[in-house]
Design a protein around this ligand. Structure first.
Ligand SMILES: [Zn+2]
Length: 365
């Protein structure tokens, strides 16, 4: 249930941003009824937040973006749930969220979830049920909140049979949330087939030497990967998956034909497109949800641009690549036969920030 207007406690600039967002969100509404509409929200903090509006008019979220802490503590200065997702959903006329899927327990994916769970009616909450190395108290608290607040929203019968053990475990823990793994099927809409491709029930990389995979990498690699089919169109949401273990799992469990994708969320925001994954998926449209650039790290001392990387890798394979930092909100509408993409603004690809320009030659006298 919503209990407070989104603009309370945030500045005028944010309100203006929300008003623009609301206008953009509402503008295409009527024309898209009866179709599958997927929107990647552009947020001023690093993260991924995808709104999926099904042909039957229900709304699901795949990840909920990040937050920026306030300097003085207390409520976050920016909260993707409060400041991006909620105003967008309101502008589209929604009064409840049928489901939230958190791909993996990192703050840039679950950051908006607590505010949404407290302020909206959320009927289901899905994560991968992982409790191993790298799992944090903070995220377990969110899972507990979800268990206490969401309503029951069943997986379909086929999935129930396959994942009976997991569901029993979830119920034993007192929850109405669902832990899903590869092979599960989610019942979102009669016009859609929503399948979980990864992680496997035993999870990836958990038996590896801790020196070979960091806690951070372990959580990324075990992101929930959703394949959403609408007629001829396939949307793939791989969370922050990358690496040999992930690609090996796909190769062993998914036929090449089923990996072919119409619209792909760039894995790991575009930072790690994968070795084989780009050519396996052959996406027509790729959306990277990221900031324009990021500070360097130990491997790359200069600023890094995941958008540029995604553009280079997927663009070379013929995809049209959208980057939220460049294009703003990106929306793809499927009628089951074709897809149509729109964005808040047009953008040329940005140069790679690591390609330092040579110093200009001294002027000849
Ligand atoms: Zn991430």
């Amino acid at each position: 249930m919503m209990t407070r207007p989104a603009c309370i406690g945030i500045g005028l600039a944010h309100c203006r941003r929300l008003a623009l967002l609301a206008w953009w969100a509402g503008a295409a509404f009527a024309a898209d009824a009866g179709k599958l509409t997927v929107t990647w929200l552009d947020t001023p903090v690093h993260g991924l937040a995808v709104v999926v509006e099904t042909p039957a008019g229900k709304v699901f979220l795949i990840d909920t973006g990040g937050t920026r802490a306030a300097k003085t503590g207390g409520e976050p200065a920016y909260d993707s749930g409060r400041d991006a997702i909620s105003p967008f959903l309101k502008a589209r006329g929604f009064t409840e969220i049928v489901g939230i899927t958190v791909s993996h327990p990192h703050g840039d994916h679950y950051g908006g979830a607590p505010w949404l769970l407290e302020n909206w009616k959320v009927r289901s909450f899905v994560d991968n049920g992982y409790t191993g190395r790298g799992q944090t108290e903070g995220y377990l608290k969110i899972r507990t909140t979800a268990q206490q607040t969401v309503g029951v929203y069943p997986l379909n019968e086929a999935a129930a049979a396959k994942s009976a053990e997991l569901r029993a475990t979830a119920q034993k823990q007192g929850g109405n949330y669902h832990a899903v793994v590869a092979g599960d099927v989610l019942d979102w809409d009669p016009s859609l087939t929503v399948e979980v491709l990864s992680p496997p029930a035993e999870f990836l990389g958990t038996t590896a030497d801790p020196k070979k995979i960091s806690e951070h990498g372990l959580l990324n690699q075990n992101s929930i990967v959703l394949r959403v089919q609408h007629g001829k169109n396939v949307f793939l949401f791989p969370g922050d998956c990358y690496g040999g273990g992930f690609e090996g799992h796909l190769k062993a469990t998914v036929t090449p034909e089923r990996l072919k994708t119409t619209v792909l969320t760039a894995p790991h925001h575009g930072f790690n497109p994968g070795t084989n994954f780009p050519k396996w998926t052959q996406a027509q449209i790729v959306v990277a949800s990221c900031l324009a650039d990021y500070p360097g790290n130990a491997n790359t001392p200069n600023p890094r641009s995941p958008g540029t990387r995604a553009h280079r890798v997927f663009g070379a394979l013929g995809a049209k690549v959208y980057v939220t930092a460049w294009h703003g909100n990106v929306q793809v509408v499927s009628d089951g036969e074709t897809v149509k993409a729109t964005s808040q603004r047009e953008s040329e690809p940005r140069p790679e920030p690591n390609d330092a320009l040579p110093a200009p030659a001294p002027a000849k006298k």
